[in-house]
Write a protein that binds this ligand. Structure first.
Ligand code: ADP
Length: 325
C-alpha cells in the first residue's frame, strides 16, 4: 500500500504535495505495520503455546502409561516368579543327597536368577509407588552410624573382591537419634554405595562422611570412580536413565560398570524426598582414564520427634507444641 501510494502521488501530484502527503501518511503506515506485525506475532505465540500444551499433555499421558505399565508388569511378574521359586525349591528337596554337585549348581543358577529378577521387580514396584506418591514411611528411631555399620558389613565382600577401600567416618550427628524409616533409608544409602562400588575401578576408595547443618544432616558419599558429566548429573535421578552404552555394561551387581535397569537412583531420590530431604551429585565430569570421582550429597531433616503423635506418646516423647502450651 505504501508503494502504491508513493507511485500515485508521484504520478498525480507535484513534488511538494507528494512529499507533504507521504510525510503525513508515513507515520500512519508505520503504525499500521507495527500493529500488523504485533498481531501476527501474537497469533504465532498462541499457536506455538497451544502446540506446546498439546505436546505436554501427550508427554504426561505417555508418562502415566509408562508408570501404569511398570506397575502392571511388576505385579504380573511376581506370580510366575513365585512359581519358579517354589518349584525349584521342590526339585532341590527331591534331589537332596541323590546327585553329584552338577544339579546343585544348576539349581543355584536358577536361584540366583530368581533373586536378581525379584530385586528388579521390587525396584519396579517401588518406582511406581514413588511415581504415584504412595510410598509410605514407617518412622522409627534411627542412628545413621548403625545403618552405615550394617552397610559396611554387608558390602564388605564386594569391596574386598574389587580391592577397594570403604572408609566410613563417624561424623557429627551420625550417632544422634533421629526419626526416619530405617529400612527405606538403608535401601537409599545402599543404592548410592553400590553405585560407588560399581563405577569405581578396582583399587579405588569410597568415603562416607557428613556434617550437621541447621535443622539438617548432610551425608556425603565420595568415590574415586569414573565421574559423571555435568549434563548428566540431573538425568541420572530419572527412571531408566543409564549413561553410556547399556550393551557394554558388565552384568554383575558390583562389578566395574555392572549394568542395572536404572532404577536405583530414582528410588533413592524418592525415599530421601519422602523424608523431606534432598539429594544431588557433584562431579568434575566423566572420564574413565582420569577418574575424577563423584560425591553424592544427601540432606536429611533432623527429626527428633516422629510425625505421628501417637508414636511419640508411645515412645514417651511428647509432641513439642503440646509441652510448650
Ligand atoms: P543403574 O541400575 O544403572 O546403576 P542407577 O539409577 O543406580 O541405575 O544409576 C543411574 C546411572 O547413573 C548409572 O547407570 C550410572 O551411569 C550413573 N551413576 C550412578 N552412580 C554413579 C557413580 N558413583 N559414578 C559414576 N556414575 C554413576
Amino acid at each position: 500500500m505504501l508503494i502504491l501510494t508513493y507511485e500515485i502521488a508521484r504520478e498525480d501530484l507535484d513534488d511538494r504535495d507528494a512529499v507533504e502527503l507521504l510525510g503525513t501518511l508515513l507515520p500512519i503506515f508505520t503504525h499500521a505495520l507495527d500493529r500488523a506485525a504485533r498481531f501476527e506475532m501474537e497469533t504465532r505465540v498462541t499457536y506455538i503455546s497451544n502446540e506446546l500444551a498439546a505436546v505436554q499433555q501427550k508427554l504426561e499421558r505417555l508418562d502415566r502409561n509408562k508408570s501404569n505399565f511398570i506397575s502392571v508388569a511388576a505385579h504380573e511378574l511376581k506370580t510366575p516368579l513365585t512359581l519358579i521359586e517354589g518349584y525349584s525349591a521342590m526339585i532341590s528337596d527331591m534331589v537332596k543327597g541323590e546327585t553329584d554337585g552338577h544339579v546343585d549348581s544348576l539349581l543355584k543358577g536358577i536361584h540366583n536368577g530368581v533373586e536378581r529378577l525379584r530385586t528388579i521387580v521390587d525396584d519396579m514396584i517401588d518406582v511406581s509407588l514413588i511415581d504415584n506418591n504412595l510410598l509410605s514411611l514407617n518412622f522409627q528411631p534411627v542412628w545413621l552410624s548403625q545403618i552405615f555399620r550394617q552397610l559396611g558389613y554387608v558390602l564388605n565382600d564386594s569391596v574386598t573382591s574389587r580391592s577397594q577401600t570403604l572408609n566410613i567416618h563417624d561424623f557429627p550427628g551420625s550417632s544422634e537419634m533421629l526419626f526416619a524409616d530405617p529400612e527405606r533409608l538403608y535401601q537409599a544409602l545402599r543404592n548410592i554405595l553400590v553405585n560407588a562400588i560399581k563405577y569405581t575401578p578396582d583399587g579405588g576408595a569410597i568415603t562416607v562422611d557428613g556434617r550437621t547443618l541447621p535443622g539438617f544432616l548432610e551425608i556425603t558419599i565420595e568415590d574415586t570412580g569414573i565421574g559423571i558429566s555435568p549434563d548428566d548429573q540431573a538425568v541420572i535421578f530419572e527412571k531408566f536413565e543409564q549413561l553410556g552404552d547399556a550393551s557394554l555394561h558388565s552384568s554383575g551387581k558390583t562389578k566395574f560398570k555392572g549394568g542395572g535397569p536404572g532404577l536405583g537412583l530414582p528410588i533413592t531420590r524418592g525415599i530421601i524426598e519422602a523424608h523431606g530431604g534432598t539429594i544431588w551429585v557433584e562431579s568434575e565430569g566423566s572420564d574413565e582414564k582420569r577418574c575424577p570421582g563423584s560425591t553424592f550429597h544427601v540432606l536429611l531433616p533432623i527429626r527428633t520427634q516422629p510425625p505421628d503423635p501417637k508414636l511419640a506418646r508411645l515412645l514417651g516423647l511428647e509432641v513439642k507444641q503440646k509441652e510448650e502450651s
